[in-house]
Design a protein around this ligand. Structure first.
Ligand SMILES: *Cc1c(COP(=O)(O)O)cnc(C)c1O
Length: 440
């Protein structure tokens, strides 16, 4: 049945396929040049033709969706091979988003911690306040190439919804955003933004009324409006080709870091750190460096109240196990019967019970270390960053910061560490003020 997008759909074999294509990041049409060639043992060539990264990923969707997924895959393959598409994205990144975002040496925080030399990749300075716009610009151009006339999307904290509503306003396209009813309530400033931008916001009351439920509802809409509708997924998850496509659009983060670090220090970074919700900002930073064995990479999940608290965290890789949700196989928070559990995090952007499939594969291969930070640690790190650097980060990257507070002091001063500061804190002010007991 079309409505079942979750655990019971069967894996569909790929229909007749063109000969093997390379799956490479071409976010700005130059990543292969920046990142160097990919050899036979490259970790940057996935997924395979059926969308698998090892045992993870794939396209576990209802049969009615399969033609759409294949149409999308073909359109994306065509777009990637078209220099005009890359040029159009590059133009928008520069003149609409404000890229490249700076690579900033956080000198006071570095001194404060007394170890690694800490750099922030300032993706919070992008238009709309986070990395989400990198992906939305790529996908809206793709939707237009495909002749689609209506955009739908899911959103949790509302950052993706705002970015989608923004690009839809820019191109004059109607859009509907599915958002859990609980999230609509706790993220009201972003709801107001979306409405002002002209989006229709549909509150979803099923389940706990959060991101997972919003994504189910968006998939349902897509099945019933196949002809004119484009589903703009906000993270590196969902059925193939979304995880690879979103990664490619976000890889501009890592591509820029590579160039900027070479310019600043004359060599590659030693350590990369990013927070993990669905994993799009993290894979965007990590992917261009996966073949550079000298680079240590850390993804930081949301530890919420702690991993020993049932339903108290959103650390799907540290506290979950593999299963199928939203069209792909990946690490998930689930009970012994395979029922998906609700994640918790102080950050609404991190409380997704799954994670993009490429991260699950990178975890199992050992290339990336996945760690976690609790709500409390993130709140503390947010204050340290604000007071040391005059930058109020969003609660999501505050989790990455929390891990840096532990990691940096253990590393030598010569260690070049880059953290993706993927969002600004404006949206979280009320949550933070309340958690800290401030009166405002
Ligand atoms: C949405 C969001 C996240 C989580 O999504 P990823 O796909 O894991 O990047 C993290 N940080 C910010 C600022 C966000 O808006």
């Amino acid at each position: 049945m079309a409505a079942k997008m979750t655990t019971h759909a069967k894996a569909q074999p790929a229909a007749k396929k063109a000969p093997a294509k390379k799956v490479v990041g071409q976010s700005a049409g130059k990543s292969s040049k920046v990142a160097g060639p990919r050899g036979a043992n490259s970790m940057r060539t996935g997924p395979d033709d059926r969308g698998f990264f090892g045992m993870f990923g794939g396209r576990f969707v209802a049969e009615t969706l399969m033609p759409l997924i294949l149409e999308l895959e073909k359109a994306y393959d065509d777009a990637r091979a078209d220099p005009k598409f890359a040029a159009e994205i590059a133009y928008l990144n520069t003149h609409y988003s404000g890229r490249p975002s700076p690579l900033y040496y956080a000198d006071r925080l570095t001194k404060h911690l007394g170890g690694a030399k800490i750099y922030f990749k300032r993706d919070e300075l992008n238009h709309t306040g986070s990395h989400k716009i990198n992906n939305c610009l790529g996908q809206i151009l793709l939707a237009r190439r495909m002749g689609k006339t209506r955009i739908i999307a899911e959103t949790g904290a509302g950052q993706h919804g705002v970015a989608v509503a923004t690009v839809c306003a820019k191109y004059g396209m109607p859009c509907e955003i599915y958002m859990g009813a609980t999230d609509v309530e706790r993220q009201s400033p972003n709801v107001a933004r979306m409405k002002l931008l002209g989006a229709k916001v549909n509150p979803v009351t099923s389940g706990a009324g959060t991101l997972k439920d919003a994504m189910n509802e968006a998939l349902r809409d897509w099945v019933t409006n196949v002809r004119d509708t484009y589903y703009l997924i906000g993270t590196a998850a969902g059925p193939h080709p979304y995880p690879a496509m979103v990664r490619d659009f976000q890889s501009i983060i890592g591509d820029e870091v590579r160039e900027q670090m070479l310019a600043a220090e004359g060599r590659l970074p030693d350590t990369l750190v990013a927070c993990i919700g669905g994993g799009s900002n993290a894979i965007g930073l990590f992917h261009p460096f996966l073949d550079d064995k000298s680079v240590s990479i850390y993804g930081v999940e949301a530890g919420g109240h702690g991993l020993d608290v049932p339903n108290g965290h959103a650390a799907s890789m540290n506290g979950g196990k593999p299963g199928v949700l939203h069209g792909n196989r990946t690490y998930l928070l689930q009970d012994d019967d395979g029922q998906i559990l609700e994640g918790h995090s102080i950050s609404a952007g991190l409380d997704y019970p799954g994670v993009g499939p490429e991260h699950s594969w990178l975890k199992d291969t050992g290339r990336v270390k996945y760690v976690y930070a609790t709500d409390k640690e993130a709140l503390h790190a947010l204050q340290v960053c604000t007071q040391q650097e005059g930058i109020i980060p969003a609660l999501e990257p505050a989790h990455a910061l929390a891990y840096i507070l532990k990691l940096a002091p253990k590393l030598p001063k010569s260690n070049l560490l880059v953290m993706n500061l993927c969002g600004r804190g404006d949206k979280d002010l009320f949550t933070v003020a309340k958690a800290l007991g401030m009166t405002i």
